[in-house]
Design a protein around this ligand. Sequence first.
Ligand code: ADP
Ligand code: ASP
Ligand code: MG
Length: 425
Amino acid sequence: MGLVVQKYGGSSVADAEGIKRVAKRIVDAKKNGHQVVVVVSAMGDTTDELIDLAEQVSPIPAGREFDMLLTAGERISMALLAMAIKNLGHEAQSFTGSQAGVITDSVHNKARIIDVTPGRIRTSVDEGNIAIVAGFQGVSQDKKDITTLGRGGSDTTAVALAAALDADVCEIYTDVDGVFTADPRVVKKARKIDWISFEDMLELASSGSKVLLHRCVEYARRYNIPIHVRSSFSGLQGTWVSNEPIQQGDQKVEQAIISGVAHDTSEAKITVVGVPDKPGEAAVIFRAIANAEINIDMVVQNVSAASTGLTDISFTLPKTEGRKAIDALEKAKTAIGFESLRYDDQIGKISLVGAGMKTNPGVTAGFFEALSDAGVNIELISTSEIRISVVTRADDVNEAVRAVHSAFGLDSDSDEAVVYGGTGR
Ligand code: ADP
Ligand code: ASP
Ligand code: MG
């Protein structure tokens, strides 16, 4: 029996009862002969509550202090979980990200893992302990400051530790039975996926399916760590995310043409109005945004009006970066020479994902027809080889997701999509 890494999300450890339930599951894995390393998130909505608190004290909190605050959430759950396991008669030790050897760059609030040196974790499990590691946090290589990996970052901690410890599998325990063809909170008839390739999962995750974080999937693909996403509330098999299809009976699970529909309401749209239509303008705009360390998503440039020689450039970005982006553009106003800026955070994005798109004509047409039948107006469009995304009004998103899900025959016959916990926040 080898080593397993299990990650429990916030909804799985939302209260004392949840922590005790999870402790039993962990002990069962240990009793089955595995060495067990557990990565745990903050309890319930603790991280959101800490963010709210910080914003009451300071509208733009300093990155270093913000990270110090947020990592407190995972410290609480890791210590409580270790206590609950000891109470069941098993040895457990908790470790902060820094103690576990999670080394990051120094970009506060969205640090990247650059190395994992899990010596203490290895020693702890070799001595017979269950090691509990605080997710979502690390320590910066240069300044030795505490960092966080961005929202949902515990998924990445789990996969990074699994890679560094050469684990057999990384199990991600959450509040639904696996990865579904759409968010089960929005589509009751969403279908559980038995196996999905890293490629399609990466695209779903970066399009907003927060059941797995895209950086975690990226990491798993790079080190070829199979992920098993499953519920901590049921004993069901979940979804395997890996390179090679899993075996079911004497057959391999087939790659679906369409893996699923993702949606995202965490982005905003900025329109730079009245930009001179000449070479180099877009370069200056996006250099200003890049210098502010902001990642953007979609970009469109309108045709310029012949009479004025001016055009508009729109792009989407995380809402949390909206203010920073506006400030950066205002500062570069003379260099760019635009007329005004428009900020719109009432948008949503819907994406259809599937490797089969490459070889099946008509997917794009079917997608637009479904949106049109649902009366949804499209504001921006972007595509990759295996994804098509549109931006709409935020109010239209749920309806649009359901319409596209049905139109592509993804609805299941039974209402199998159970949501066991969490607030969906
Ligand atoms: P955790 O606290 O365990 O990390 P998250 O809230 O981050 O849980 O992720 C689980 C949630 O992801 C589910 O409750 C569900 O609402 C949402 N979700 C979005 N898209 C999907 C999908 N395609 N399949 C399953 N869950 C999804
Ligand atoms: N607690 C952090 C968050 O809510 C990290 C995580 O749960 O993965 O984003
Ligand atoms: Mg999560």
